[in-house]
Design a protein around this ligand. Structure first.
Ligand code: SF4
Ligand code: SF4
Length: 114
């Protein structure tokens, strides 16, 4: 027991002082969802498969825009798997928390000709 206490006194803490200290993102981890609207055909498969209702289509088909709700997303990666055009990727950044809910809605818009 005393040996354990002595070890704990000199050992570096296992935790970080978040949000002042942060871990480096781990390569391959599932974080922010990004939709490439140049590739998206508006098929809606990602919306149908998302278990958290975290993706919304604004408009229809090939002319639609998309919204991703980071506060609903469970970062499962299903949308990435199902997209037939590989239009969705998940970046490794995980630190998306905010006390402003509106900042957790990410809008992806198509480039439209004027
Ligand atoms: S990662 Fe999962 S929960 Fe998040 S948007 Fe994609 S399918 Fe939905
Ligand atoms: S599954 Fe891919 S192509 Fe289909 S609506 Fe979603 S992002 Fe667009």
């Amino acid at each position: 027991m005393q040996r354990e206490i002595a070890k704990s006194l000199v050992r570096k803490p296992s935790t970080l002082l978040y949000p002042y200290e942060k871990y480096e993102p781990i390569p391959g981890s599932r974080g922010r969802v990004v939709i490439d609207m140049a590739k998206c055909i508006g098929c809606g498969l990602c919306i149908r498969d998302c278990p958290a209702f975290a993706i919304e289509m604004v408009g229809k088909g090939v002319t639609c825009d998309m919204k991703w709700y980071a506060d609903r997303c469970v970062f499962c990666g299903q949308c990435v798997e199902v997209c037939p055009r590989t239009a969705i990727v998940q970046q490794t950044d995980y630190d998306l928390s905010s006390d402003d809910k509106s900042s957790l809605v990410f809008e992806y818009r198509r480039v439209r000709q004027a």
